[in-house]
Design a protein around this ligand. Structure first.
Ligand SMILES: Nc1nc2c(ncn2[C@@H]2O[C@H](COP(=O)(O)OP(=O)(O)OP(=O)(O)O)[C@@H](O)[C@H]2O)c(=O)[nH]1
Ligand SMILES: [Mg+2]
Length: 435
């Protein structure tokens, strides 16, 4: 799993509009083949680089969207799938080519899809030196061809434009500046733990287990620590052995609980503990071991609130639908990253197992990584259960949320479901700090 958060920039447009020329101008090398033959770029070509104001980026050069062969259709599907994944859509238009063809279907469909995915569209008009000759017979000016193309972008306010001769190497700085200024807005940055303050410690419960990757902590755990350290809030860190804690022997589980309570008490001896933040899969244990006076929530809930831009109430409301689940209902579990799944994986083993016990006869499907169903497909589901989303951007999650809204399907989250499975009072308890 890549730990670098790379902004993904996709280059789209018609055949021969200059997409690969743009890719090469940007990367300053012959990354893609540029040729007069139509359909030169047959598949998606990817390059990574650093852009000063954007940090590490991945650039995707795609095949022209207007190729009319059967293979063209396959390329088109792949290109449109790529459009769903990128953070920034660069649409390259040769305005004279588009004007002379008399239709703007490609431009209009890229604009519509970009808008429906709530992404930023940036348009580069590729201006060739020989345009005046090409337009000689038509009576149109270059400016008029550009204005004609711009007529398909109804939301002009959010769309950015530039006119550049992409075959001119000297224009690379201007191109980079245009891309930098097109940077998708981060939106309101949401406080990770907005209710935490003051000097009393926050207690982080991290039960490393077989599923935990060696050599590092998970992103939400690191983020919480960094956030708290920056705030100057003291942190207590503890690992419970969950197997022992859940042991059928009262002696064994009691010993594990005593060790935990002793440490918790020692950390809170001065000012008390203001919050216990636990791995969501340990909520069964923590909700029993941490007394009611201490606020309790989970990393997964913290993460979904942050990634969704503070939209936790949406995911909390989704839990109402869990109470209605009955035999034959379909549930989709969505995990936004592709990690290797071991023994007691939360998304594929723990949640399905517990859910099937609580709601016998429900049908559970999965969706992993970048894939996310279309609204038509989503409509089959009674509810979608999404992971914390620590590896996707706020933009990507909000695109998913708007797709769910279009399909009319409620969405909830791993942490919320795991608390709900322990009972309505436990769910209320982990949501309480956020109210
Ligand atoms: N009219 C005109 N065409 C030019 C000029 N300079 C380059 N071109 C052509 O513009 C085309 C654009 O090349 P590419 O960057 O490969 O275009 P593309 O969008 O990647 O094309 P596909 O990969 O085939 O979809 C090439 O055929 C160049 O020969 C010019 O000054 N005038
Ligand atoms: Mg190309």
């Amino acid at each position: 799993m890549s730990r670098v958060h790379r902004l993904v920039i996709g280059i789209f447009g018609r055949i021969n509009s200059g997409k690969s020329t743009l890719m090469n101008l940007l990367t300053q090398q012959e990354t893609s083949i540029v040729d007069a033959a139509p359909g030169t770029t047959a598949d998606i070509k990817s390059a990574v680089m650093e852009i000063h104001a954007l940090g590490p980026v991945r650039i995707l050069d795609t095949a022209g969207l207007d190729e009319e062969s059967s293979l063209g259709e396959k390329k088109r599907m792949k290109t449109l799938a790529a459009l769903e994944e990128v953070d920034l859509v660069l649409l390259v238009i040769d305005p004279v080519q588009s004007f002379l063809s008399g239709n703007l279907d490609v431009e209009a469909s890229v604009a519509a899809l970009t808008r429906s995915l709530l992404k930023r569209l940036s348009v580069v008009f590729n201006i060739h030196a020989d345009f005046p000759e090409q337009l000689a017979g038509s009576g149109a000016t270059i400016e008029e061809t550009i204005e004609y193309c711009r007529s398909v972008f109804p939301d002009r306010a959010g769309t950015r434009y530039t006119n550049l001769d992409l075959s001119e190497e000297d224009n690379s700085t201007e191109l980079v500046e245009f891309i930098e200024s097109s940077r998708p807005e981060d939106g309101e940055k949401v406080d990770l733990l907005p209710f935490v303050n003051g000097q009393s410690p926050v207690f982080l419960h991290i039960p490393l287990d077989e599923e935990s990757p060696g050599g590092r902590l998970l992103r939400p755990q690191e983020m919480a620590m960094e956030y708290l350290l920056r705030l100057g809030v003291p942190i207590g860190l503890y690992r419970t052995d969950l197997k022992l804690a859940r042991s059928g022997s009262n002696t064994i589980s009691g010993q594990e609980q005593s060790k935990f309570s002793e440490f918790l008490d020692s950390i809170g001896s001065g000012t008390g503990i203001q919050l216990v933040l636990t791995d969501s899969q340990a909520i069964d244990i923590m909700s029993r071991w941490v007394s009611d006076e201490i606020a309790l929530t989970t990393f997964s809930i913290m993460m979904i609130n942050s990634t969704s831009g503070g939209n936790l109430p949406l995911f909390a409301r989704g839990a109402d639908e869990l109470d209605q689940l009955k035999k034959g209902d379909k549930v989709l579990i969505v995990e936004a990253c592709n990690h290797d799944r071991i023994a007691e994986d939360i998304g594929t083993v723990q949640i399905p197992g517990k859910l099937k016990k609580t709601c016998p006869g429900v049908i559970i499907d999965h969706s992993f990584g970048r894939e996310f169903p279309t609204p038509e497909k989503l409509a089959e589901y009674k509810i979608v259960i999404h992971c914390g989303g620590c590896m996707i951007s706020t933009q990507k999650l909000s695109a998913r949320v708007s797709r769910l809204a279009e399909a009319g399907v409620p969405v909830t989250n791993y942490g919320i479901v795991l608390a709900w499975l322990e009972g309505p009072d436990i769910l209320q308890r982990v949501l309480r700090p956020w109210r």
